[in-house]
Design a protein around this ligand. Structure first.
Ligand code: FMN
Length: 334
């Protein structure tokens, strides 16, 4: 099933945390790409409101991305120690570390909600593969099912997906590894070639794709489209915070870091003070650490302090420009 593929081989990555607004998704669709809502962290009701908002703005196909529930064991003592470590940062910001909440991301309710309404053209999954019943239900409803993979092993575990999103280590935001482990670290080109060799499924390529030449590279390696996130973050339609948008254009930042410091899972962002200070101590505890740091990140963003915020960014962040999303789609199209 490939009828959902956009005219232009450009997929705007789902970006949970507010980046992928309905306005961004609609603008990308209108420009001939495929926009994606990121439903991670949202309640099912809020996800539905976003889905309806996209439909009110555009009749173009779009996707919705869901996080699989977190099932990795977590050591509460490690989470507690990390909380204590964050107290001086919290005090400086006039905030308190948050309390870990549910680890299932409201997954079942989101699945049920999406299946109850008109089907999105595409539903993609990250942090694991959904059960066969969920896959069958979405396919029967008319949604194409995409699964995010970071290794050949993960790709081989998804024979029932309509397509795979092959995510290289260059990617901004979280690595979609099935388990909360250090990512295999393969670059998108290497991983794409390796996955292409083991499956005929359509492949989306993601990770550090910030120019037309990058997109041409992955198409030549057998991808049907490029999935780009960071390239859209500075657009006016993006919901990234003002500090995040500004930091992406700030020459003070000179590298990216893959770190568990913000959420307890590996994600790539601009190397800032928070990442430098806490990466080595951050436990493998997702989304527990996400909840701990959330009030601190919010307080830092409100003060315009980019050094206290997760500045998610892929390795090609310097090519991200403050231009309308439609222009990003056109600029990336080979
Ligand atoms: C701010 C941000 C948020 C992201 N959130 C999600 C998400 O909710 N779901 C998901 O599957 N991928 C998410 N990603 C990863 C993207 O799907 C994609 O792999 C990545 O953006 C590709 O690398 P690039 O940012 O260099 O283009 C996010 C990426 C960024 C930059």
């Amino acid at each position: 099933m490939t009828g959902w593929l956009p005219e232009r081989p450009i997929v705007q990555a789902p970006m949970a945390g507010g980046g992928a607004t309905p306005e961004l998704v609609a603008a990308v669709g209108e420009a001939g790409g495929l926009g994606f809502l990121g439903a991670g962290y949202l309640t099912a009701a809020r996800m539905l409101a976003d889905v309806e908002a996209v439909r009110a703005l555009s009749a173009r196909p779009f996707g919705v991305n869901l996080f699989l529930p977190a099932t990795d064991p977590v050591d509460p003592a490690e989470v507690d120690a990390y909380r204590t470590r964050l107290l001086p940062d919290a005090a400086r910001l006039g905030a308190e570390p948050g309390v870990p909440r549910a680890r299932d991301d409201d997954f079942d309710a989101k699945v049920e909600t999406l299946l109850a309404g008109p089907p999105p053209a595409v539903v993609s999954f990250t942090f694991g593969r959904p059960g066969a019943d969920v896959v069958r239900a979405f396919r029967a409803a008319g949604s194409a099912v995409v699964m995010t993979v970071t290794s050949v092993e993960e790709a081989s575990a998804c024979p029932d997906a309509d397509a795979l999103c092959v995510q290289g280590v260059e990617a901004g935001g979280h690595q979609g590894t099935f388990a909360n482990v250090a990512p295999p670290g393969l670059g998108v080109r290497e991983l794409l070639a390796a996955v292409r060799a083991v499956t005929a499924q359509p492949l989306l390529a993601a990770g550090g794709l910030g120019t037309r030449a990058h997109v041409a590279d992955v198409l030549a390696l057998g991808a049907v489209a490029a999935q780009a996130g960071t390239a859209f973050l500075r657009s006016p339609e993006s919901g990234a915070s003002a500090v995040h948008k500004a930091a992406l254009g700030d020459p003070r930042y000179t590298s990216t870091t893959l770190t568990r410091a913000f959420s307890g899972r590996y994600g790539r962002g601009l190397t800032n003070r928070f990442a430098l200070r806490h990466s080595a101590a951050a436990p493998a505890a997702y989304p527990d650490v996400h909840y701990l740091t959330s009030p601190l990140r919010r307080a830092a963003a409100a003060r315009g302090d980019a050094d206290g915020v997760n500045l998610w960014a892929g390795t090609s962040w310097r090519t991200a420009a403050p231009i309308p999303a439609a222009d990003v789609v056109r600029a990336l199209t080979p």
